[in-house]
Design a protein around this ligand. Structure first.
Ligand SMILES: Cc1cc2nc3c(=O)[nH]c(=O)nc-3n(C[C@H](O)[C@H](O)[C@H](O)COP(=O)(O)OP(=O)(O)OC[C@H]3O[C@@H](n4cnc5c(N)ncnc54)[C@H](O)[C@@H]3O)c2cc1C
Length: 452
């Protein structure tokens, strides 16, 4: 392993201890408004429901402010959990905040404010601000949960989601002017701190990073067709760009400046090249949607912004493993091929069985390269193609990768093997279920989803 790789591995490994400490810090930040209120606010004779309603709002605002920190893709946070897990947490916490914000007026009404709080039009502006924040949060959560089902494109959803900063502004104004609690200096300092953190995180993510990404400017140096709808985009850093140090299997966000409808649009793609060949960065992309179907039209020298690396799907992060089963479906081969290339380039004595599912022979990507690797001996690679719709001449494995395929090629004793899975969600769920049924512990099953 090169020095660069060792440094990159160390920088990106993350630590369970730091992960636990960060989580503890997060919980402490959520509890801070309540703890401070308990210490600095005088006792009142308000009803229990009224107090509970106020406390729901205090915690909700802390949750909302911290949402911007979670979404900011800070590698100091994401490397301990993986970006996908942080974003899943962010999504769950949005629902928690919504529940608290709905409970807030409901409990105040039940606790003494009565129905006028909800029904009257003659209410102060800061109550309207609170109602607007609740409505906007509801729209954000519903749009995020139902986006695919109601046919909203990812780009439209993202444009809407970028407006979420307005919610924290409205909630801040509402609480500052409506709540007695915010008359006290320590509570004011905490509130300003939370707001400043939210605005700084948002500015860093949405304004600073895109500009700073220019320091990671790359240009397209080649396009290679892998099969009928899969293309490999090769990138070369521009003269003043910092190189990207990454682990095999990780991904980055790419924005292509082609001057078309998708100009500067950011998409996540696995880095399919091996970090053992510095200066070369590739992503292998399947034309599956409105942007990716245009990838073949990319011209050489197009300017590309790269942000990354992200992800924890890398065999280098699990040094105790040496007997691998890689299971890929379709374009899910990309992180696995990056790991195989790295194993080949570093000449390690590792054993890999690759079960690679596709519909037809024409859909197989990297077929020749995989064959060469299997002949080369580093890693000791066996490739098994599994086709779900083979033509009559196919003599190999047919059907879907399932428990039978796994036991036929791995045997019944799976102890000591590590499984790396990437493919369409139904295939990943089926394979993971089969492996759990065969007694493989969760710590030996690693997977990467191509959706957050
Ligand atoms: C960690 C990761 C690694 C990936 N690696 C690869 C790879 O190596 N090769 C490959 O072909 N594909 C990869 N993908 C999938 C790729 O990002 C999507 O196929 C692509 O963004 C779809 O864009 P589209 O406009 O063509 O399709 P659409 O039809 O518009 O989108 C299809 C789905 O892709 C997701 N998506 C769309 N746009 C974005 C975006 N800007 N940011 C995040 N998600 C989006 C949404 O879930 C959407 O529902 C990866 C995805 C992730 C999360």
């Amino acid at each position: 392993m090169t020095n660069l790789e060792t440094m990159s591995k160390r920088a990106q490994r993350g630590s369970p201890l730091v992960g636990v400490l960060l989580l503890a810090g997060y919980v402490a930040a959520l509890a801070a408004p309540l703890a401070l209120a308990l210490i600095v606010l005088p006792r009142t004779h308000d009803s229990f429901l009224w107090e509970l309603g106020k406390n729901c709002a205090l915690v909700a605002i802390a949750v909302l402010a911290l949402q911007f920190l979670l979404a900011a893709r800070l590698r100091r946070i994401t490397r301990h959990y993986g970006l996908d897990m942080v974003l899943r947490f962010h999504r769950s916490l949005a629902m928690f905040a919504l529940a608290l914000i709905v409970l807030h007026p409901a409990l105040l009404i039940a606790g003494g404010a009565g129905w006028p709080l909800l029904l009257s039009l003659r209410i102060p502006w800061y109550i309207w601000a609170g109602k607007a924040a609740l409505l906007l949060l509801l729209i954000q959560v519903v749009a995020s949960l139902l986006r695919a089902r109601i046919g909203v494109s990812f780009e439209r959803w993202r444009a809407l989601h970028n407006q979420a900063i307005v919610i924290i502004g409205l909630a801040f104004l509402h609480s500052w002017f409506a709540g007695d609690d915010l008359r006290y200096r320590p509570m004011q300092i905490l509130w300003i701190g939370l707001l400043a953190m939210a605005v700084t995180s948002y500015t860093y993510h949405k304004l600073y990073l895109p500009r700073a990404g220019k320091r990671r400017a790359y240009r397209v140096s080649g396009m290679t067709q892998e099969n009928r709808d899969v293309w490999t985009l090769s990138l070369t850093p521009t003269e003043d760009a910092e190189g990207l140090s990454f682990l095999p299997g990780q991904f980055h966000f790419l924005s292509l400046y082609r001057g078309d409808d998708h100009d500067g649009e950011e998409h996540p793609f696995t880095i399919s090249s091996s970090p053992a060949t510095p200066g070369r960065l590739t992503s292998t992309i399947k034309g599956s949607g409105d942007f990716t179907r245009t990838i073949a039209q990319t011209q050489p020298d197009v300017h590309v912004r790269v942000q990354g690396p992200f992800g924890r799907f890398s065999y280098l992060l699990h040094p105790g493993e040496s007997d691998f089963v890689f299971i890929a479906g379709g374009i899910g081969i990309t992180p696995l091929v990056s790991m195989l290339r790295h194993m080949r380039d570093t000449g390690g004595d590792l054993g890999v069985l690759l079960l690679y599912g596709n519909r037809t022979e024409e859909d197989i990507a990297f077929r020749d390269e995989l064959e060469h690797m299997a002949d080369g001996g580093h890693p000791r690679l066996t490739v098994v193609h599994v086709l779900s719709r083979p033509d009559a001449s196919w003599t190999g494995e047919a059907g879907h990768i399932d428990r039978t395929t796994i036991t036929r090629w791995c045997g019944e004793d799976l102890r000591g093997k590590a499984f790396y899975i990437c493919g369409p969600p139904p295939m990943m769920a089926a394979v993971t279920g089969a492996l759990r049924g065969l007694g493989v512990p969760p710590a030996r099953i690693h997977s990467e989803r191509f959706a957050f």
